[in-house]
Design a protein around this ligand. Structure first.
Ligand code: FES
Ligand code: FES
Length: 151
């Protein structure tokens, strides 16, 4: 089936099969490998994207469900060379090791700060509880979130 999606502000269309995930379509059809595939079952958050402004795991959304909708990936947060404030905060705080979790954490953090510009520690933990990181121990990630919020 053919789907048409607005991805990072641009109209895009692709032929997908009925059971194909939005994550697969983003990476393999639309050339956007920023969203990562780690578990493919909604457990890790590495595939987090915004679907009509709502945070979702792209591995759990069918590409067909995104037909006619608006998707923002980690690639769409910044503008060219200009990083999104959350992306810059992750760089400045050194909140990246292997980086596999980073795109999902950045999208989830951007979604959090959009709705709660000054979140409490509890709200940060709650908002990022679906994003797993095997490397950092989360301390630097929380520093990055607070840094982005402060800016
Ligand atoms: S790849 Fe989607 S939640 Fe892990
Ligand atoms: S930086 Fe490696 S999984 Fe988070």
């Amino acid at each position: 089936m053919r789907i048409a999606v607005t991805v990072n502000g641009e109209r895009a269309a692709a032929d997908v099969w009925e059971g194909e995930s939005l994550l697969y379509a983003l990476r393999e059809r639309f050339g956007l490998p920023g969203s990562k595939n780690a578990c493919e079952q909604g457990e890790c958050g590495s595939c987090s994207v915004l679907l009509d402004g709502e945070l979702v795991c792209a591995c759990l959304v069918l590409a067909a469900q995104a037909d006619g909708h608006d998707v923002v990936t980690v690639e769409g947060l910044g503008a060219g060379e200009d990083l999104h404030p959350v992306q810059q905060a992750f760089v400045d705080a050194g909140a990246v090791q292997c980086g596999f979790c980073t795109p999902g954490l950045i999208v989830a953090t951007a979604a959090l700060l959009e709705s709660k510009p000054d979140p409490s520690d509890y709200e940060i933990r709650e908002a990022l509880s679906g994003n797993l990181c095997r490397c950092t121990g989360y301390t630097k990630i929380f520093e990055a979130v607070r840094l982005a919020a402060g800016r």
